[in-house]
Design a protein around this ligand. Structure first.
Ligand SMILES: [Zn+2]
Length: 137
């Protein structure tokens, strides 16, 4: 199980809704099993932004530096699924890094539907869902 602060969770939801009808993405930052904050990243895939994301390596690097300066790590990635359920696609699976948390936010017609978190234990297996708990402020 992972935990996520209320402020990070609400910020990610807001980002996902404001990006509608396009997929947005960003990184989850924290320590151990605790997601403390997040950073929005650019989606470089403008051609298929409705159903694909490609995280900008430059904004990834900036987020990574930012996290390290604060003794935190990038723990995973979040992205939105506009008008689709929060289930990982085959593309999501193929691109996923083992051990990272993949938070998928389903947005229906501009409003938050739900969010689910996934991890890939090894590259040849399907995603497993992990529970997350929203806490604090
Ligand atoms: Zn996806």
């Amino acid at each position: 199980m992972v935990t996520i602060t209320k402020s990070a969770y609400e910020g990610i939801i807001k980002h996902s809704e404001s990006g509608y009808p396009y997929e947005i993405c960003g990184v989850l930052i924290g320590n151990g099993c605790e997601i403390a904050t997040f950073k929005e990243c650019r989606n470089l895939n403008t051609e298929r932004a409705r159903d694909r994301y490609e995280l900008d390596p430059l904004s990834f690097k900036e987020a990574d530096d930012w996290a390290r300066e604060r003794d935190m790590n990038i723990m995973g990635i979040y992205h939105s699924h506009p008008d689709h359920p929060s289930l990982p696609s085959e593309t999501d699976r193929m691109r996923a890094w083992p051990e990272w948390v993949y938070l998928i936010v389903s947005v229906n017609n501009r409003s938050f539907n739900n969010a689910r978190a996934w991890v890939l234990n090894d590259p040849d297996s399907p995603f497993s869902e992990i529970q997350f708990e929203v806490n604090g402020t």
